[in-house]
Design a protein around this ligand. Structure first.
Ligand SMILES: Cc1cc2nc3c(=O)[nH]c(=O)nc-3n(C[C@H](O)[C@H](O)[C@H](O)COP(=O)(O)OP(=O)(O)OC[C@H]3O[C@@H](n4cnc5c(N)ncnc54)[C@H](O)[C@@H]3O)c2cc1C
Length: 386
């Protein structure tokens, strides 16, 4: 395939390493993980042993010190075989561990990051509440300062890794309404008053546990406040461009997985005496899938390079998230169509990719919210006020 961007030697070796782990350890168990809603703990152990669970965290804390583009490549390689494992990886490595790295003080970094990079502990990012999803900055969970502790009350929902993580980045209200009243805390499993619910049953991403979390007079040391009180909402917002860019690797991996299956099947299966691939309407679907893959990669890779260079990337990151998410739903549906009735059967894997793909139009800011961000930014950059 044509190269979209030239990768560094390091990025290429990370890509090859994760590709081999994904094909060797994840592909054979992915259907079983999906069917029985199991978490790929063995694969996470292997990723942790290779430092990949801290892919964008500096080596001094046990991370791989990789580029943002290498993180996109890791997501792609995992999602190609199992979207749920990629989702849990991203929740841990990007919005969990990397956000903790970015906004923590030296003592917190030393305390939490080595275990998160090695996989001894996994992370979860806890923003959404039952009444506050897209309107995340309206959240209502509260923390009150009491001596050298904070007392947390409230609940979170749809938390990826909620049942397997030990280290939770939790956003709660310490002040008045709006973004200014929000603070971020590191909460550890086992702190009194912290309860994680049972995994919620899902349509796709079934290898990734999603749970509710409850804080009932949960007492946490004041030292676990991340950064400054009242800044947590801004940390969550600042992390969004990074989240959208790196998570774009997930739908890209799903599209690649769907294309691989459709290419192979369409050259093996014959109808009307010739391979399906010889029929032009089948070729049309293959062309659409591969073009969507190319555009998704172009948007994600350029956003990753901008992120690396500290360039402004709000538009690029939202284009990337929106396009790749919608393209993955369309492409996985097209791939099912290429396989006909067999595509509808579980055995052929492509229906799993489609069920996984639907989530990426919802999580991390829905497609509608991406459009709002894009439109707002376009007006702003064009000098109009709306
Ligand atoms: C499997 C899964 C894993 C998740 N993991 C995490 C996690 O690890 N941590 C975490 O904090 N959250 C997580 N989430 C939550 C996720 O980010 C939210 O589901 C998402 O932000 C949407 O919020 P909502 O589900 O409450 O939908 P709502 O906000 O209620 O939206 C419902 C519909 O209304 C539309 N809508 C809402 N507001 C507007 C508007 N202003 N204009 C136009 N349309 C609008 C939406 O686009 C959507 O179509 C996860 C969700 C799922 C399903």
């Amino acid at each position: 395939m044509e190269e979209i961007i030239s990768l560094t030697d390091e990025e290429r070796s990370i890509q090859e390493l994760v590709r081999s782990i994904s094909d060797r350890d994840l592909a054979p168990i992915a259907d079983d993980l999906d069917r029985h809603e199991k978490f790929a703990s063995g694969v996470f152990k292997t990723l942790g042993d290779s430092g990949l669970l801290g892919i964008v965290i500096p080596e001094e804390y046990g991370g791989a010190g990789g580029s943002y583009l290498s993180a996109v490549l890791v997501m792609e390689e995992l999602a190609r075989n199992c979207g749920g494992t990629a989702l849990s990886f991203g929740a841990h490595a990007f919005i969990g561990a990397h956000n903790i790295y970015k906004f923590s003080n030296p003592d917190q970094r030393k305390k939490y990051l080595p275990d998160l990079c090695s996989g001894k502990k996994l992370a979860a990012f806890c923003l959404t509440e039952p009444g506050y999803g897209s309107d995340a900055m309206g959240l209502q969970a509260r923390a009150e300062k009491k001596g050298s502790s904070y007392i947390l009350n409230g609940s979170k929902t749809f938390i990826t890794n909620g049942s397997v993580a030990d280290t939770f980045l939790v956003f709660v209200r310490t002040g008045g309404p709006g973004v200014k009243g929000i603070s971020a805390f590191i909460v550890e499993r086992g702190m009194p008053g912290f309860v994680s619910g049972k995994p919620m049953e899902k349509m796709g991403m079934r290898a990734s546990p999603t749970t509710e979390l409850f804080f009932e007079d949960c007492e946490i040391p004041a030292d676990n406040l991340l950064g400054q009180e009242g800044q947590g909402g801004y940390y969550a917002l600042q992390g969004l461009d990074m989240e959208r860019t790196l998570f774009s690797g997930l739908p890209i991996g799903l599209i690649q997985g769907a294309l691989d299956i459709a290419l192979k099947y369409s050259t093996e299966r014959k109808q009307f005496g010739v391979p399906l691939a010889a029929h032009q309407m089948v070729q049309s679907m293959i062309a659409d899938i591969s073009m969507n893959l190319y555009i998704s990669r172009s948007l994600a890779y350029s956003a990753a390079r901008k992120l690396q260079n500290n360039e402004k990337l709000t538009l690029n990151a939202s284009y990337s998230k929106l396009f790749a998410s919608e393209a993955s739903v369309k492409s996985t549906l097209d791939a099912i169509q290429v396989l006909g009735g067999y595509g509808y059967m579980r055995e052929y894997k492509v229906e799993r990719l489609m069920r996984d793909a639907k989530l990426v139009e919802i999580g991390g800011g829905t497609s509608q919210i991406q459009k709002l961000i894009i439109a707002r930014e376009v007006y702003k950059q064009s000098g109009y006020e709306i």
